[in-house]
Design a protein around this ligand. Structure first.
Ligand SMILES: [Fe+2]
Ligand SMILES: [Fe+2]
Ligand SMILES: [Fe+2]
Ligand SMILES: [Fe+2]
Length: 274
């Protein structure tokens, strides 16, 4: 993929690569519209939609690189936050001030160059690691469960394991080209299990570590939002099930278990049924 002659390196994670392509296509369409003399009023919502898509990508990318073990993920998230802020200020300026068509073109070019620069300079930092972590060789289970994933609370560990098994089944179905109706049914079942799991986990945490309950519940709401959006994209045909599960959901689950649940339930396991 190229924009202004620059190549965006392939990360080897199909989910991230698809998002990069989509963002580049989006910004290219914006540049063309500005070059064709589109009005400020018509461009402001388009700039905003682009910023929303970019923010969602950053959100997803942070989950993936954290779960893949990229140690500088916080620094990377800092770059995302800075870009988001810069774009927000630019779009606010266009919304609030009378600007010329030339200025709109400059804004579109700035969005393009800044995003492209980030993908080339900074996303390259995690590429080798994410490529390795995203490999899903034929014939191997996508998520091979092991005891390092256990939080020490029996019922919750069983649910985490079941979520992993459902994702493994989704992966297997997509590889053998199962009918989309069956795949979507399983996706729906996985979603139900996610809801049930979060509800149970919140109940346990409220009892054994009330001080950690609110932050953890709020984090679950973010995770639910991410899952719902992925499901919508799959159901609307904009995202392939295999790409979703192999490139994002497996990392989403691992980030939930290792990055969030294990710290939340640390030192509480003795207080709950095993
Ligand atoms: Fe990216
Ligand atoms: Fe990034
Ligand atoms: Fe959990
Ligand atoms: Fe949790």
């Amino acid at each position: 993929m190229t924009t202004d002659g620059h190549s965006i390196p392939c990360t080897g994670n199909g989910f991230i690569d698809a998002a990069h392509t989509s963002l580049m296509d989006h910004v290219e369409a914006i540049r063309c519209a500005c070059a064709d003399g589109a009005s400020r009023d018509s461009m402001v919502p388009r700039f905003s939609r682009f910023a929303d898509e970019m923010r969602m990508h950053f959100d997803h990318e942070e989950v993936i690189i954290r779960a893949a073990g990229f140690t500088r993920w916080e620094e990377h998230a800092g770059h995302h936050a800075m870009l988001d802020q810069q774009f927000g200020r630019l779009i606010d300026y266009v919304r609030d001030c009378e600007v010329t068509s030339d200025f709109l073109c400059t804004v579109a070019g700035t969005l393009d160059a800044a995003l492209c620069g980030h993908e080339i300079r900074h996303d390259g930092d995690y590429t080798a690691l994410v490529r390795d972590a995203s490999m899903a060789p034929e014939g191997r289970t996508l998520i091979a469960w092991n005891s390092a994933f256990e939080v020490g609370v029996g019922p919750l560990d069983a649910q985490h394991r079941q979520l992993a098994e459902l994702m493994n089944e989704l992966d297997a179905m997509s590889r053998r080209g199962a009918p989309s109706g069956e795949t979507l049914d399983l996706f729906g079942l996985l979603h139900d299990h996610v809801h049930a799991h979060f509800a149970m986990e919140e109940g346990v945490l409220r009892r054994v570590a009330p001080g950690r309950f609110v932050a953890h519940r709020n984090h679950h709401r973010l995770l639910e939002g991410q899952f719902s959006r992925i499901r919508q994209q799959v159901e609307s045909g904009r995202l392939d099930t295999g790409v979703a599960v192999r490139g994002f959901l497996r990392f989403w689950l691992m980030d939930h278990v290792l990055g969030s649940d294990r710290p939340a339930f640390a030192e509480t396991a003795d207080a709950v049924p095993r």
